[in-house]
Design a protein around this ligand. Structure first.
Ligand code: GLU
Length: 418
């Protein structure tokens, strides 16, 4: 990946909007309104570290657009978090919620930190400080955070508790991705990966592809990648290679993904797993396979890699993993890219189910969650497929066309205040 050009994600998000605006003849006034986030909050977060010293972290929450409803989007903890990254991710959430037909706008949050070097106590204090600063701008009818890179159900429980302590009563609808006992939804932890599987299965139907025994390569082994590994294996495919931030492993006969997950839980990484060879992470992406799943961060597939990947389907479990140059090359090569705003939308879709359950204090069983998820994913992929056929476009353009058009339609109908 070394020589590849690194795109600023916000420039990438804006270029994508500009391209689709031309294609759908978007009203220039609406375009101006959609091209910028409505609200951006930048925070200095002082946290007492275990050493006794205070460290001041930078945190963000960006609310891109709320035409469709309260804003929705995760919170990520990562050293690479910047305002531009959070802006891009918030815009992508707007299109994602729209593409899936959810009643939400888009938002995103993040704290620039290295969570892998922080203790549980430090993470809890940082999260609570961040949550207390968000009190004024989040709420179950306003903006509803969720997990993202390096945050999880424990993070959500701390946020929910901090807000509840401030309000004086329990507000469960304020975040999704909570532990089940704290008002979370069954099926939420695996939802991003399960939605990705449903999207791949649906697309395979459209392109007449048999997925039995298909070789799957996964970059990233966090919530999305790790769960995708066992779900794709359980669905009859062969996961031949996976990677995390420390390295990559490969076994052409297929990895025992549950064993890899246990190994990672014990050692902190996939590397060192005994029934696989280690692989240069740069080579992982060019292995011969049928389904390639980037499940880590942005800029995973640039133009250089796009020429060399050897797959039929790219399913974007990560947000923004493919650069615009790479997109064009993949399309020309006949590789089907299921765009992030659909491929990883299982997470926010089940977040929506969780929000509904939290508001009603009435909880569904897991089969109901998974069945409804399948029907939402099928509807979205079928629609995107039909638009792509009609427009002779790639799936990303098709997904953007209908997602942006829906937000624009609602924005126009609501009119401009005052
Ligand atoms: N962080 C996830 C995403 O990027 C989930 C967001 C949510 O559930 O609100 O879609």
């Amino acid at each position: 990946m070394s020589e590849q050009e690194v795109f600023n994600p916000w420039e990438m998000a804006q270029a994508q909007l500009e391209a689709v605006a031309d294609r759908i003849d978007l009203d220039p006034d609406i375009y101006k309104m959609l091209a910028r986030p409505r609200r951006e909050l930048i925070l200095a977060l002082p946290v007492r570290m275990d050493s006794g010293e205070v460290e001041v972290f930078t945190g963000y929450r960006v609310q891109h657009n709320f035409a469709l409803g309260p804003t929705k989007g995760g919170i990520r903890y990562h050293p690479g978090v910047t305002l531009d990254e959070v802006r891009a991710l918030s815009m992508w959430m707007t299109w994602k919620c729209s593409a899936m037909g959810l009643p939400f706008g888009g938002a995103k949050g993040g704290v620039t930190c290295q969570p892998k070097d922080m203790s549980q106590g430090e993470l809890e204090r940082m999260t609570r400080r961040y949550a207390s600063e968000l009190v004024a701008v989040i709420g179950q009818a306003v903006d509803i955070p969720a997990p993202d890179v390096n945050t999880n159900e424990q993070t959500m429980a701390w946020i929910m508790d901090t807000i509840s302590m401030t309000k004086g009563f329990s507000v469960t609808g304020i975040v999704t991705g909570k532990p089940v006992d704290v008002g979370g939804s069954l099926g939420r932890p695996e939802a991003t990966a399960r939605g990705c599987l449903f999207a791949v299965q649906n697309l395979a139907g459209h392109i007449d592809m048999d997925l039995a025994g298909a070789r799957v390569v996964i970059q990233g082994f966090g919530n999305a990648g790790g769960n995708a590994a066992w779900l794709f294996e359980e669905a009859g495919m062969k996961v031949i290679a996976v990677s995390d931030s420390r390295g990559a492993i490969h076994n052409e006969r297929g990895l025992d993904t549950r064993a890899v997950l246990r190994h990672k839980a014990l050692t902190g990484s996939v590397i060192g797993f005994s029934e696989a060879e280690e692989l240069d992470p740069a080579e992982l992406m060019t292995l011969d396979c049928e389904v390639l799943i980037p499940a880590a961060l942005e800029n995973a597939i640039g133009a250089d890699l796009a020429d060399r990947v050897s797959t039929r389907i790219v399913a974007e479990a990560a947000n923004g993993p493919t650069t615009p140059d790479a997109d064009a090359i993949l399309f020309e090569r006949g590789i089907h890219v299921i765009p992030d705003i659909v491929a990883n939308a299982g997470g926010v879709t089940v977040s929506y189910f969780e929000w509904v359950q939290s508001l009603q204090s009435y909880f569904w069983d897991e089969d109901q969650v998974n069945e409804q998820l399948r029907s939402v994913m099928d509807r979205a992929v079928n629609h995107v497929w039909a638009v792509a056929q009609a427009e002779k476009s790639n799936l990303r353009t098709a997904a953007y066309m209908q997602a942006v058009a829906r937000v624009a339609r609602v924005q126009a109908m609501r009119g401009l205040f005052p």
